[in-house]
Structure formats: C-alpha cells, structure tokens
Design a protein around this ligand. Sequence first.
Ligand code: DX5
Ligand code: ZN
Length: 211
Amino acid sequence: MLIAPSMLSSDFSKLGEETARMERAGADWIHLDVMDAHFVPNLTFGAPIVGAIRPYTKLPFDVHLMISEPLRYVDDFLKAGADIISFHLEAESSVHETIRAIRAGGAKPAVALKPKTPVEAVLPFLDDLDMVLVMTVEPGFGGQSFMAPMMDKVRTLKAHGAFVEVDGGINPQTAVAAKEAGVDVCVAGTSVFHAPDAAKAIATLREGKGV
Ligand code: DX5
Ligand code: ZN
C-alpha cells in the first residue's frame, strides 16, 4: 500500500519542514486537508499554504477538498501544485464539471465519499476518475476511530477495478483491515505524526501486518 501522511496532524508552525521530514521518512504522497468551515465544521488552509510548502518536497500532493464549492477553487489548487485532487460527491459542484476541470489542468481527479454515502453513488463516475477516497471517519477532524464497515465499500470498488484510498483512523491495526480489503493508499495523520519514529510508523502501515 502507498502511505500518504496527513499534514493535518503536523506542526503547522513549520509545515514546509514537516513535509520534507515525511519525504525522508518514506512517505509516498503528502495528504493535504482543505476545510472551509461550511462543508465540514472545521477550518484549515487553502491554496496559498499548499503553494508555499510545494518547494519542500518532490512527492505528489494529494489534496483533499472538504469544501462546499470545489469547482470554484480547482484552478487555485492546480496552480499551487496539486497532483491529485479529491472532492466530495456530497459537495455542491457538478461532479462531471469538476472532474473535467481537474483533468484539464493536468491533475488526477478523485471523488471522496462520506461514511453515510452509499458506494453505488460513485459507480457512474468511475470511468472518469483516477481514484475514489473512502472516508473511514466523518470528515473534519483527525484522531477519530476507524469505521470498519467502510471496507465493504472498498471491496465493491475494487471489484469494479477502482484505485482506492482510505482516510481516517488508520493505525497499524486498522491498516491490516485496509490491506485485506484491497486498499491502494492509506492516509494517516495521528498514527504517523504522534509516533516516536515516523519512518518506522510509515513502514509498519505499508506492510499492513499489524504491530
Ligand atoms: C479528516 C481528514 C483526515 C485526517 C486523518 O477529515 O480527512 O485526512 O487528517 O487523521 P487521522 O489519521 O488522525 O484519523
Ligand atoms: Zn483527508
């Protein structure tokens, strides 16, 4: 599995250095959680911050938009250096138009699903997507507990040939369930940033064999 540390759990006073530290620790992607205090009850950062940390690593930027109007901000995130852009199916923008805008800008489009959204809702878009992000917690905050029933969604998506990322509550134990379900990319905030040794934490998650 690929591992994408979520910078939401990093030290925001030195985001650039923290990003470089994740690259040295063996991260595959850098996951950036954008929240607008409207789609989710929390506020993080926008495209200027993403652009500011872009020079600190060559790793792909996996930008997770938890915002009500993703289409309106796609260009800003493309200019800031996003490589993969995930937006929520539950957001207000047209799914087709948002996918098209992301791809036209040279990035990879992905759709994210909140826990209560049935997996069937994303199936009509699979041919146009590079990835589906299955939320394994309610979006908005780090440090929540993994929802194991979401692995049914992962299995359905894998049966349809999708590339699947999971986000929320991933730790050495829950990464085992993710791997068994066929997950391609695990996002991990708390379990990487609160670990004494980030490199070891990332390697353990990637193995998906527990502790
Ligand atoms: C939650 C975010 C996640 C979050 C995961 O809304 O999308 O990326 O940072 O944090 P952990 O790994 O602590 O659950
Ligand atoms: Zn996320």
